[in-house]
Design a protein around this ligand. Structure first.
Ligand code: ADP
Ligand code: MG
Length: 289
């Protein structure tokens, strides 16, 4: 494509809410032959809401919500926003040594007690007890379940609901028609990831992945001859895999880290916008499919 054609395409895409931040992005979107997606905040709206709390010790529910909300002040994750909302109006206890662990959860000390909220296995490490059966029960229909616990054991489980972006199935259908493999890589549990994968029609889906697992997975696919991998993500946890992919796409509402890292930013948060960007990129480069 001529420089003029690329400029015209960049301007057209900007008007559609698709921001091209790096020169190679249009060419790479046109040629990408594998699309990989994060789940939470990328294929889902990422507006997580707590729709159930199960207290596992003798705490009262308001106290448990306040504890969780206090810990989640450390995180930019969609889950954190949902948990903080569930503590709205409550007095939050002071937290010391607060730190967020990307792709796992948050840790902090309240009244001298070390606590964690996050993936049940992450909390299990601190609680020194196996993950309660109630986790699988609450996950049954694809909800995300996070645990709260401390050195003295489990405190509570939070069930969070999110919704799939309406335009996701069309994007997957389009890629499938073109014979382009698709995959979801998520840090969430298998049940939650399977539910979304079925809902959108993803080719394959992998759960319980750390940010490094996601990066390694993409890297291994990139070793296949001729592979050109596009990655979509929104969170801090996606930064390494976005950097690894040939072309990276971030959701406009995602974290600064994801947006600054990405070659393309979907300002309008529209997956249909991405689909149109792929089409326009190919026409610009006269890539016939
Ligand atoms: P995804 O790949 O679906 O975007 P992440 O890698 O961001 O998921 O997170 C993986 C899992 O880690 C979440 O499903 C959740 O169990 C846990 N987690 C991450 N951040 C937080 C947080 N701030 N609070 C609670 N749990 C968290
Ligand atoms: Mg995410």
């Amino acid at each position: 494509a001529t420089p003029t054609a690329l400029t015209v395409a960049t301007d057209t895409l900007a008007r559609m809410g698709v921001l091209i931040t790096r020169g190679h992005a249009i060419e790479a979107l046109a040629g990408a032959n594998r699309y990989v997606f994060d789940k939470t905040g990328t294929l889902t709206h990422g507006r997580m809401q707590v729709d159930g709390v199960r207290v596992l010790d003798n705490s009262d529910e308001a106290g448990v919500r306040a504890l969780a909300g206090a810990l989640e002040q450390a995180s930019e994750h969609a889950i954190a926003a949902g948990v903080r909302l569930a503590a709205d109006g409550l007095d939050l206890p002071a937290v010391e040594e607060l730190r967020s662990v990307t792709g796992q959860g948050v840790e902090g000390r309240v009244d001298g007690r070390l606590l964690r909220i996050g993936r049940p296995p992450f909390v299990a490490e601190l609680a020194g007890a196996p993950v309660p059966d109630a986790v699988a029960e609450l996950e049954a229909d694809g909800a995300t379940v996070v645990a709260l616990g401390g050195e003295s054991g489990w405190i509570a489980l939070f069930r969070l609901a999110d919704s799939v972006r309406e335009d996701a199935p069309d994007l997957f259908a389009r890629l499938a028609r073109e014979g382009i493999p698709t995959a979801i890589l998520s840090g969430d549990s298998p049940a939650a990831v399977q539910a979304i994968a079925q809902g959108v029609g993803a080719g394959e889906a992998h759960a319980a992945m750390t940010p490094q697992d996601k990066q390694a997975w993409v890297e291994s696919r990139q070793r296949e001859p001729g592979a050109l991998v596009a990655m979509l993500g929104d969170g801090v946890n996606d930064a390494p895999v976005l950097a690894q992919a040939h072309v990276s796409v971030a959701m406009g509402g995602g974290t600064d880290l994801a947006r600054n890292q990405a070659d393309v930013v979907l300002l309008s948060e529209s997956l249909e916008g991405l689909s149109r960007a792929i089409g326009l990129s190919r026409r610009t480069l006269a890539v016939v499919r």
